[in-house]
Write a protein that binds this ligand. Structure first.
Ligand code: PLP
Length: 285
């Protein structure tokens, strides 16, 4: 039942093997994508597929079967009998197996393509109560727009935040808040939504895009401008967004309480409106 996709085949997870010379393993020379399955349909598969293809283009990894991405994702759900469950599909493409060197393999080799599906529901408790997050200088490179598996610069600060009891770490670059280790961040001030612009400083989150879209259709003003870290005390609300958690209210950032320390009204409205958008994508409705 636990079947994964590896290089063109669906096989039991314990039969899946990759070479130690895989460039994803040796060099982090690899990209990935995560999509959410809502018990019968994927939400914004088009957006995730477009971002996967962009990551491939930007890293010059060639996966000739990339038109099959959507089909493979669906088959992973079916083969793992997750049709009516809440689940995620994880998908990764590496530059392939070759003797270790920085230069791309010449002649090129086939990429290693790996995917799995697993049951994963939304954490409704954190969505309801909100979380505290930790702020720290952004140690990452200048291509945060690429969804690469080379995540050590995300992992180390995240672990530090986790050890201190925070639910997420958010980064500050040149005095401005960029995004979280695995989420985008939004602030609300005077009923207006602020979030970092889409550029190489952040990953263009699929949830971020959908939040901006539902805010627009519901008359909430959105300003795609980064918020200065020293303006955080003046923000009325904050929340983080990602595929696995949708919208999670932020009630404290390091030592700073946000608003009255409970999820704010604009955040609540956006949570409901995003949920409605997600449900409206259910083909059975
Ligand atoms: N930013 C980073 C660094 C991430 O890793 C993620 C998701 O994992 C996001 C933002 C949110 O992206 P999405 O909404 O597409 O899940």
């Amino acid at each position: 039942m636990d079947e994964v996709y590896l290089n063109g085949q669906f096989i039991p997870r314990d039969k899946a093997m990759i070479s130690p010379d895989d460039r994803g393993f040796l060099l982090g020379d690899s990209i990935y994508e995560v999509i959410r399955w809502y018990g019968g349909y994927f939400f914004d598969l088009v957006g995730h597929a477009a971002r996967l293809r962009r990551s491939l283009r930007e890293t010059r990894i060639v996966w000739e079967d990339d038109p099959k991405f959507e089909e493979i994702a669906e088959e992973l759900i079916q083969r793992n009998e997750l049709g009516t469950e809440c689940a995620i599909v994880y998908f990764q493409v590496t530059r392939g197996v070759a003797p270790r060197t920085h230069a791309f393999p010449d002649p090129p080799v086939k990429p290693t393509v790996y995917g799995f599906a697993r049951r994963q529901s939304i954490n409704t408790l954190v969505a309801e109560k909100g979380v505290a997050i930790w702020l720290t200088p952004d140690p990452r490179w200048n291509r945060c727009d690429i969804k690469t598996t080379a995540l050590i610069a995300n992992i180390l600060p995240y672990q530090e935040a986790h050890d201190k009891g925070f639910a997420e770490v958010c980064f500050v670059r040149n005095g401005f808040v960029t995004e979280g280790a695995h989420s985008n961040i939004f602030f609300v001030r005077d009923e207006t939504l602020y979030t970092h612009p889409e550029n190489n400083g952040i990953l263009s989150g699929i949830t971020r895009k959908n939040v901006i879209s539902v805010a627009g259709t519901n008359g909430i003003a959105v300003v795609e401008e980064a918020v200065a870290a020293d303006m955080i005390p003046y923000m009325n609300e904050a929340f983080i967004s990602n595929t696995t958690g949708e919208i999670v209210p932020v009630t404290r950032i390091t030592d700073q309480q946000i608003g009255d320390g409970t999820p704010g009204p604009v955040t609540r409205r956006l949570q409901m409106q995003l949920r409605e958008l997600i449900q409206s994508c259910d083909p059975r409705r």
